[in-house]
Ligand binder design. Structure first.
Ligand code: AMP
Length: 577
């Protein structure tokens, strides 16, 4: 298929805001795709592989800019100016092809196959000289591209298509192309996607085997399932009433670690995160622990991986390390065993998705019985050769008699965990969904008023707005602001546009897409926790800050102070034990 034909599809998708139009455009493309179907279902969203096996191209904006320069001969400064002006390297590439001055005498027209396969190759380049090879390969595609093709080659390389196609649109298009497009058909396609996490498999099965084929798609070992997600609840009794009505619900420790999906077949164990990334290599201690603990021939188990301090991990008073500490283990590529000794881990298991028989449609109470049958807990051993594998701590309780749940909640906070999860014992496992049958309860912190000290333009759809705001608290002793973190969520587009207008009037220095600001705007933010952090000069960082609004009524010197932050941090540590 000519790449130009796919580019035409991208243009038509970008030209309409109607989701139904987008769905119909895609359905027609999928219906005619033939052998290309698996590649097209990922390419329409600017992907080269399913989410769980995300092909990391390792292509940064700067590398792409250099490829555009090499392919078109456009001067770097001109490219940077354009990029800064539009915030989109795809548009920059269009301009460069039209104005770069480099004539290609013999160019081979691009095909979808070539673009897809070349970009996948780029992902495999590693080691010395790989950056240069990536630039050359990308430049090779761009040299053969016309202006509009160059736009989408660049956007695919960077993974931002700007054509407004989400997972839901692809799902609906498959249901329209190969089934009757009804709500029931969409549900069938959705379930198939939730268990496989792979539109390539779903689309091909829908086309070749129809609804019956889709229904029979099942959890496959070593292909992660989307995890079930939780909603917030404000109090224990409200949570119990919501989750369990008049009956009993399950309350469990809410551990603050990494969600981990454990796949086991015989001796083979693989681990995936909530974002479906594989982390088996980073946790050899967990692999060994799971091998020892799990007796089922095959199983997919759901749990939370928590890091503890080495001297407490084998005691009854384990001290969890902050999530940031544990996440160092995920990023680590060498000396992995030493890291396991430094931050020993325990997996707290709380669900069983399959033990050979798929359990997604069974009630939680039954899945828990199966979980109990699937493994025997093991303690972490000295030297962290083997991680601990345990059940999550839990009690059953009713809203009318929340005593046992309160005791558990206090116990969780005293032991340094985040709070409680409250679960409906009759609920099925709903991959990828927040369905109100899984609730989380944790102490919330009072919002803070902080000053915006510098900012960076966002990437992607919001790239013309200053969407990343660095926040400072006031330090009256030196009459200046100390940074406590970076905010990038919680605003609507309108709020962000208005905020950008304000902030652009306060710029004191610019460096690429970063700006320093006169401290004048105070924003109110909520957050989950204050953590010690070497990254900011206050020594603290807010965890998950969210924008609540601009405090028009506050002068920057009336913002929250460093002393107050320190107090809040201490009181939070005291509550956490
Ligand atoms: P949140 O990340 O705040 O939305 O809370 C949901 C997350 O809590 C889940 O994705 C898990 O990673 C984590 N979690 C910790 N303990 C449990 C538990 N006992 N049951 C379910 N999820 C848990």
């Amino acid at each position: 298929m000519d790449y130009a034909a796919l580019v035409d599809v991208y243009d038509r998708l970008a030209a309409t805001d109607s989701n139904n139009d987008k769905r119909d455009i895609l359905a027609a493309v999928f219906a005619d795709a033939g052998e290309l179907l698996p590649r097209l279902v990922t390419l329409v969203r600017g992907r080269l592989s399913p989410a769980y096996n995300r092909t990391e191209l390792g292509v940064s904006s700067n590398l792409t800019l250099e490829a555009i320069r090499r392919a078109t001969g456009a001067p770097e400064t001109a490219l940077r100016d354009r990029w800064q002006g539009t915030g989109d390297l795809g548009d920059t590439a269009v301009w460069a092809v039209e104005n770069g001055g480099q004539q290609t005498l013999f160019s081979t027209p691009l095909t979808v196959e070539r673009v897809h396969d070349k970009l996948r190759d780029i992902a495999t380049y590693e080691g010395a000289g790989s950056q240069d090879r990536k630039i050359d390969a990308l430049a090779g595609l761009l040299a053969d591209a016309d202006a509009n093709e160059a736009r989408y080659v660049v956007r695919t390389a960077l993974g931002h298509m700007r054509v407004g196609v989400g997972e839901g649109t692809v799902r609906d298009a498959i249901a329209h192309a190969f089934l009757d497009g009804s709500t029931a058909a969409i549900t069938v396609v959705e379930r198939a996607f939730q268990v496989t996490t792979d539109f390539r498999v779903v689309a091909k099965t829908a086309r070749d085997e129809g609804r019956i084929g889709l229904d029979s798609l099942d959890i496959d070992l070593f292909r992660p399932v989307q995890v079930m997600l939780a909603e917030k609840t404000e109090s224990l009794t409200a949570g119990l009433a919501d989750a369990a009505g008049d009956g009993e619900g399950l309350c469990e420790y809410k551990y603050d670690g990494i969600r981990i999906q454990v796949h086991v077949r015989g001796n083979e164990v693989r681990l995936f995160t909530r974002r479906l990334e594989e982390v088996t290599e980073q946790f050899p201690d967990v692999v060994r622990g799971v091998r020892e603990a799990v007796s089922a021939e095959m199983a997919v188990l759901d749990g939370e991986l928590v890091g503890y301090t080495p001297d407490t991990v084998r005691t009854d008073d384990r001290e969890p390390v902050p999530f940031q500490e544990l996440s160092r283990r995920v990023k680590r590529e060498s000396n992995i065993e030493a890291m396991a000794r430094e931050i020993p881990a325990v997996v707290h298991l709380f669900d069983c998705l399959t033990d050979g028989e798929t359990l997604l449609d069974r009630p939680l109470s039954e899945r828990l019985d199966r979980l109990r049958a699937a493994f025997e807990p093991v303690d972490p051993d000295p030297g962290a050769v083997r991680a601990g594998v345990e059940h999550s701590r839990s009690v059953r309780a009713a809203a009318t008699d929340p005593g046992p749940a309160e005791t558990l909640y206090r116990g969780a906070l005293d032991a340094g965990h985040e709070g409680l999860m409250i679960k409906n014992l009759d609920a099925t496992y709903q991959p990828g969904r927040r369905v109100g049958r899984l609730l989380k309860l944790k102490p919330t912190m009072e919002p803070l008023d902080l000053v915006v000290t510098r900012a960076t333009y966002s990437e992607g759809r919001r790239s013309e707005w200053l969407g990343r705001l660095y926040l400072g608290c006031y330090d009256p002793s030196v009459d200046s602001f100390s940074e406590v973190g970076r905010l990038s969520t919680g605003y609507t587009d309108d709020e962000l546009a208005a905020l950008t207008d304000r902030l652009e009037g306060l710029v004191t220095a610019r460096d690429g897409r970063d700006v320093d600001l006169r401290p004048a705007v105070v924003v109110e933010v909520e957050y989950e926790e204050i953590q010690p952090s070497p990254e900011y000069d206050s020594g603290y960082a807010l965890r998950f800050p969210r924008f609540l609004g601009v405090r028009e009524d506050l002068d920057p010197t009336a913002a929250d102070t460093l002393d107050r932050l320190t107090d809040l941090y201490r009181s939070q540590s005291a509550t956490n034990g």
